[in-house]
Design a protein around this ligand. Structure first.
Ligand SMILES: C/C(=C\Cc1cc(O)c2ccccc2c1O)CCC[C@H](C)CCC[C@H](C)CCCC(C)C
Ligand SMILES: C[S@@+](CC[C@H](N)C(=O)[O-])C[C@H]1O[C@@H](n2cnc3c(N)ncnc32)[C@H](O)[C@@H]1O
Length: 235
């Protein structure tokens, strides 16, 4: 299966927006919230800093960063899905005013960020790198807008090295995730995950791509029995 176009990807996420959060909670048994908090611990946003959450979607990671940089800091969530950004903004209405004041939602393409060089103290990218049209361009653009010394946490799926876990991951995606999506007429949207994961560089290759983009430090940590991974970068 060839890689979907940017328009295809945008449409996938606009279509799944109404069920996105619920499916993530249900299909990961809530674990995705723990994985996001693990990623945050690796990049350590500090109070008062200015951060980016790229491919922010429904804003889970953006809100976690806001809790760390509040009350004087800022985090900008960037995504090209209008529908998921709308859900992010709606969810934010329930946050404290202290957190809301730190949050900005911006529709845009992370491959063409509308920010000056060296503008941010750090960034997060949760379940986005695998979905962008060009991983090198995404990493290069991210490097450009970060200040020296900035940290980044990139959370995404990962292919386990263990054959048994690989088989479990394949089974779960094909025989649990897709059939559930099928009941909500979102078969194709969730069937996209497995081939996108098959195309996705393994941790060591992600490290090479990050260093090629200019990051001084890059290390990949497999979590969730190797089914997820966190790429930790520093400029
Ligand atoms: C938050 C998670 C996935 C986000 C996500 C990423 C994508 O690229 C998508 C593309 C198309 C449709 C949806 C998504 C999408 O939701 C991770 C949790 C949700 C996963 C769908 C569940 C799969 C988890 C592991 C393969 C197995 C977990 C085992 C379980 C804890 C027993
Ligand atoms: C799986 S969702 C991740 C959302 C959120 N970070 C999370 O952890 O739940 C992937 C997101 O990446 C966005 N995306 C993919 N390619 C993009 C691009 N080139 N520019 C902006 N957003 C993009 C999609 O619209 C979608 O919201």
């Amino acid at each position: 299966m060839s890689q979907p176009s940017e328009t295809d990807i945008q449409q996938i996420f606009d279509r799944i927006a109404p069920v996105y959060d619920r499916f993530n909670d249900l299909l990961s048994l809530g674990q995705h919230r723990i994985w996001k908090k693990m990623a945050l611990r690796w990049c350590e946003p500090q109070q008062g800093e200015k951060w980016l959450d790229l491919c922010c979607g429904s804003g889970d990671m953006t809100a976690l960063v806001a809790q760390k940089v509040a009350p004087t800091g800022q985090v900008i969530g960037v995504d090209f899905s209008k529908e998921l950004l709308a859900i992010a903004a709606d969810k934010a209405k329930n946050y404290s005013s202290k957190i809301q004041k730190c949050l900005t939602w911006q529709q845009g393409n992370v491959l063409h960020l509308p920010f000056e060089d060296n503008s941010f103290n750090g960034a997060t990218l949760a379940y986005g790198l695998r979905n962008v049209a060009s991983i090198p361009q995404c990493l290069s653009e991210l490097h450009r807008v970060l200040q020296n010394g900035s940290k980044v946490a990139v959370l995404d799926f990962h292919r386990p090295s263990d054959r048994l876990m690989q088989s479990f991951q394949d089974f779960y995606l094909d025989r649990v995730v897709v059939p559930l999506a099928d009941r909500f007429e979102m078969t194709d949207e969730y069937a996209y995950i497995a081939p996108s994961l098959a195309r996705f560089p393994i941790g060591s290759e992600q490290v090479k791509l990050a260093k090629a983009a200019g990051f001084n430090q890059a290390k990949h940590y497999a979590i969730a029995n190797g089914m997820m991974g966190i790429l930790v970068l520093q400029k």
